[in-house]
Design a protein around this ligand. Structure first.
Ligand SMILES: [Zn+2]
Length: 80
């Protein structure tokens, strides 16, 4: 089993995270591939190689987004 690690990019415009899972590692309940933040201005695309390996698709300047690498491997749950 490979360690599933999403590629996450925080959009500072809407303060949500575009979390992308590579197709080879996508856990159940998550969408695979390209992900978008809430306002849609920042998209991330995991390459499946780690938390800092992915593509960022945005026209926003770098000050408006941030790659989040300090993630835990454990699955996070946003449904409580
Ligand atoms: Zn956004």
């Amino acid at each position: 089993m490979t360690k599933a690690v999403p590629f996450r990019v925080l959009c500072k415009l809407c303060n949500t995270v575009a979390e992308s899972w590579h197709w080879s590692q996508v856990p159940e309940g998550h969408a695979e591939g390209l992900a978008s933040c809430e306002c849609g201005k920042v998209q991330s695309d995991s390459m499946g190689l780690g938390p800092d390996k992915g593509r960022i698709l945005t026209e926003e300047p770098e000050e408006n987004w941030k790659v989040i690498t300090e993630v835990s491997i454990t699955r996070h749950r946003d449904d409580t």
